[in-house]
Design a protein around this ligand. Structure first.
Ligand SMILES: [Zn+2]
Length: 565
């Protein structure tokens, strides 16, 4: 007996030593059991369950309440979810981390109901500023306005009113789409922009009849404002914490960033090293080819294997946005037959990014909104795959937005293994004017055709493109399953996703879109314990309630990182 107890003690010591090194405790019971829940796992082997057990940041069991509760040990915390919905943490496959964080530190113009309300916001900021201080804002959109500006050039406001309230301060206001920028007279004067300034390639200075700049700078013309805009540099630690808090409070446990310059990535890495991120961040690099060529070996090496911080792709944009007539279409716009949009980045530059992606094992992600832009991107992918003798589907290259597709190109997504990174909420925000812009027939055939893509076995990954839209995933989820526009009309309802498809697009498929389906995206034993307890049941409740549902608790890697107030 005595020997036996000695052996037992030794064994326990050895075991606790072992577990000390692996960071576990010798008690094998779960850290946390959440029971009495409606768990939707997004795992086909067990789609629904009542309880889930977590230990050391990992899901260890999912099942019925009795089985899971029986696993409880002395140290297990047992939480009653009171019948609430639990899903995997949401993965926004395409949003902008710096943009979301920095929006909180500048004038937030998202959803402002009129040009006057924007002018008023700037006037208030001018009151708080010193003469000469740069005032920056983001999020204005002419389609949100209930009344037309007093003075307009085409469908856009003239700078007159804005300049009148900011005679001694440069003002630069980024459009919600990110594809247009507005400057006041003081900013244009500082930068020496006049009627004589030519339009740069891939962009347009919107002008009065006499040639004077009217205020808006479309697409690449925005770069003319960059020397001034770039002097505004908020503290990166603050930006990171703002974006992180916003994501976790909305149930986003993995943030797929869609394009960040190298110097920002380096700063974010430093913030993460000093105080580790609680949201998982996957970044795409977006920078000059030579800058990426120099930085990628180091960036890729420094973060390989970090479950919270990775660079997984390279971003390029082949065209602009539909809202600004910048999307590159196969046929001219119905409401502006003089243009079919344009190519914003030379195809050769995109090809170079593709070569770099192949060299470093990264994904290439090309922003393509028009049907021509999508076709050209697919052509380029196909040519690169052939040239390098690689099998496309292994690479999971992506097209960001894929908003307008020609029917001939739909099967090519599957054949080339291209993932369609689409944002549900864009369809219903844009819906009210899409048919006017590209005609009813072309909209029906090719605009946000989720059902058609799914029927063709194309992987769709969901998101918001925040800060173009709000980061709230319930907005995109609601749009995905209803296509109900703010006007009350439905935008080609035959293209809706089922709730199961919409959830999958935001979890397991979004994980696939960043090569993380083996450790994220479903509530499967062995995967990281990233999950959300929701205030309402968006898998069962009336669709009218979906947009108001919010997380009560967000858990990442087994840790509670957000609790609703
Ligand atoms: Zn974007």
């Amino acid at each position: 007996m005595k020997y036996l107890s000695v052996i037992k003690t030794l064994l326990l010591a050895a075991l606790s030593g072992l577990f000390f090194f692996t960071g576990c405790s010798s008690d094998q019971s779960p850290d946390l059991i959440i029971t009495n829940a409606h768990i939707v796992t997004v795992d086909e082997s067990l789609p629904e369950a009542e309880a889930i057990a977590l230990r050391d940041g990992i899901i260890i069991a999912v099942g019925d309440a009795a089985t899971i509760e029986a696993m409880a040990g002395r140290r297990t915390e047992v939480k009653d979810a009171q019948g609430r919905l639990i899903t995997p943490g949401f993965i926004d496959a395409h949003a902008h981390f710096w943009g979301v964080g920095s929006l909180r530190l500048q004038l937030d113009l998202l959803g402002k109901p009129s040009w006057q309300s924007i002018v008023d916001a700037v006037a208030a900021a001018v009151d708080q500023a010193e003469p000469g201080d740069l005032i920056v804002g983001r999020g204005w959109h002419q389609n949100d306005w209930h009344e037309a500006p007093a003075r307009m050039v085409g469908d856009l406001p003239h700078h007159e009113k804005l300049s009148a309230v900011s005679p001694q301060n440069p003002v630069i206001l980024t459009h919600a789409s990110g594809h247009m920028t507005f400057a006041n007279a003081y900013a244009m004067a500082q930068l020496g922009i006049t009627a004589e300034t030519p339009d740069p390639a891939g962009g347009e200075i919107v002008r009065e009849l006499n040639g004077s700049p009217a205020g808006p700078f479309r697409q690449r013309a925005s770069n003319l404002l960059a020397p001034l805009r770039n002097t505004w540099e908020p503290d990166m630690a603050q930006v990171v914490r703002m974006a992180e808090r916003e994501a976790l409070s909305l149930g986003i446990t993995t943030f797929g960033d869609a394009g960040t310059p190298v110097h920002h990535i380096r700063e974010m890495m430093r913030v993460h090293e000093q105080d580790p991120l609680q949201v998982r961040l996957h970044l795409m690099v977006r920078d000059r080819t030579d800058v990426m060529t120099e930085a990628l070996p180091e960036l890729a090496g420094a973060i390989a294997g970090d479950p919270y911080f990775r660079v997984s792709g390279i971003k390029r944009a082949i065209d602009g946005a539909l809202g600004t007539h910048g999307a590159w279409m196969l046929e001219p716009y119905a409401d502006n037959p003089g243009t079919a949009g344009f190519n914003t980045t030379p195809l050769e530059t995109i090809r170079e990014a593709g070569e770099l992606a192949l060299e470093h094992g990264l994904q290439l992600a090309v922003h393509a909104i028009g049907d021509r832009g999508n076709r050209e991107a697919l052509d380029l992918y196909e040519a690169l795959f052939e040239e390098h003798g690689v099998y496309g589907p292994y690479l999971r290259w992506r097209i960001e937005h894929a908003q307008n597709l020609h029917p001939d190109d739909v099967p090519r997504f599957r054949e080339l293994g291209v993932v369609a990174a689409m944002q549900g909420v864009h369809a219903t925000s844009d819906g009210p004017w899409v048919a006017r812009r590209i005609s009813e027939a072309r909209a029906q055939r090719g605009a946000y055709i989720w059902r058609t893509l799914l029927e063709n076995d194309v992987v769709i990954i969901n998101g918001t493109d925040a800060p173009v839209e709000r980061l709230n995933p319930m907005h995109s989820f609601h749009s995905s399953v209803t296509r109900l526009m703010p006007t009350g009309d439905i935008f080609f309802g035959e293209q809706v996703m089922t709730r199961e498809e919409a959830l999958r697009s935001y979890t397991l498929d979004s994980a696939y879109g960043i090569f993380r389906e083996n450790d994220l995206g479903s509530l499967t034993p062995g995967k990281f314990a990233d999950l959300v307890i929701w205030s309402g049941d968006f898998m069962r409740d009336d669709t009218d309630t979906i947009r108001d549902i919010l997380p009560l608790t967000t858990i990442v890697g087994g840790r509670v990182v957000y609790t609703a107030p």
